[in-house]
Design a protein around this ligand. Sequence first.
Ligand code: CA
Length: 220
Amino acid sequence: MRIGVVEDDDGVADALMDALEANRITAQRMSRGGDLLIRHPDFDLILLDLGLPDMDGIEVLRRLRRISAVPVIILTARDDERSVVRGLRNGADDYLVKPARMTELLARVEAIRRRAARARQTVSTTTREFGDLTIDLAGRNISVAGEAVPLTTKEFDLLAALVDNPGTATSRQQLMDQVWGDTFVSVSKSLDVHMTALRAKLGRPARIETIRGFGYRWIG
Ligand code: CA
């Protein structure tokens, strides 16, 4: 397993690299968030600091999640609840506060590695079919009546959040949390825009029911 360590502090980075190598884990260090956005395909797991010189770690994570599903453990000095929640909502797989005990870090790395291995085994069962609509959740593509329909990342995330619970009402808040990670006032409008686009692309209006004043329901 190859781990990418994103850490601008030389002392912290050296200690991490030494400990990982002592456990026969190949690790490479990057000191800027921008480096990760380029080099992420080289790694199986990322340890991400939040206080980085070029951009905030949460922003790095947000951008990374548009292009990659590589597991990420945030490793940071920030221990307030808001930072933890923002990190996890924006796609971190785990969160550790510095200074982290190395045994704990290694245990969490191992847990994520096992989860990833299990996910690879079940990847073939992540296709959902609703009439002539086929949704490949792992491959992130859909087809309607046999024709591939290109969706944007947000449109796909919205669709995936809806079909997760067929027949069950999903609140706007829940959708915004799931798709945008952190909810700002402006996102409410974005949700409407993306939902309109998604409905138009699906061309199956009866599949997404609007529940006034609450949210939406996927009709399976
Ligand atoms: Ca830092």
